[in-house]
Design a protein around this ligand. Sequence first.
Ligand SMILES: Cc1cc2nc3c(=O)[nH]c(=O)nc-3n(C[C@H](O)[C@H](O)[C@H](O)COP(=O)(O)OP(=O)(O)OC[C@H]3O[C@@H](n4cnc5c(N)ncnc54)[C@H](O)[C@@H]3O)c2cc1C
Length: 249
Amino acid sequence: MPKSSPRKLTVISSHQITPNMKRITLGGSALEGFPPNQESAYIKLQVPDERQDSLVTRTYTVRNYRENLNELDVDFFLHGDGGPASAWASRAQAGDEIAVAGPGGKKLLDFSADWFVLAGDMTALPAISVNIEQLPDHARGYAVIEILHESDIQAFQTPDAFEIHWVINPTPEKENTLLLDKVMQLPWLEGNPSIWAACEFSSMRALRRYFKQDKNVPKKSVYVSSYWKCGLSEEQHKKIKRTDAETAG
Ligand SMILES: Cc1cc2nc3c(=O)[nH]c(=O)nc-3n(C[C@H](O)[C@H](O)[C@H](O)COP(=O)(O)OP(=O)(O)OC[C@H]3O[C@@H](n4cnc5c(N)ncnc54)[C@H](O)[C@@H]3O)c2cc1C
């Protein structure tokens, strides 16, 4: 991410999209000049960590940016594990302030591919949604999305030959193969795929193995990223993610 000072933004409004996903709309004069067309790019939020009486940095996704209204939407999965970002989002109210740096680079599907796979959990749902919204009309393929509860299903308009499969997992900290199991059940289509996946670390590794080793998808056609790791804070997760990237090549 290019170094620029974080913008001090204000919560304009917030609402539950589904029981475990809260949308927070940020705005304020410091948002002016935010670059357009950065939906799916990551941003870094500074949230209070009340246990340490300090600010910590957490990574989120630009879900929508309405330049004309000077509004930025961020969708927070309320994971209930006492993390500072999830806790901040669950309490956030209009008028609250938060420092936001970015956006950093965005990684979308290669829309010129023959077919597509999107896979991820609720932390990846904002980026998956952006990818789905940008699919060409003739797109073929699947999105496989793991959610906590059936009531977390979101409505999407999709091309006719593109399917969404929802995988319900109420205990992702115990059960981390459901996403992979569903992806593996789906027929592998003809032609060159473009793959985008993001989820918990162990699940990410299993998906990466499946796409790159079992299915031999070339590296340039696969983006697989770990968005969090069970039992670790973002700081701890970042360290093992770095080591994993070095060894995975
Ligand atoms: C590029 C990128 C984009 C992301 N975009 C989004 C986004 O748009 N929306 C979103 O909700 N998340 C997103 N995430 C994931 C988010 O950054 C992590 O879930 C982060 O750890 C949450 O911070 P926290 O302060 O709530 O918890 P932390 O302090 O990091 O962790 C505290 C505890 O909560 C657990 N925990 C953290 N995340 C989860 C989870 N998802 N489910 C269950 N337990 C968890 C940890 O394992 C730890 O035990 C993104 C991550 C990356 C790398």
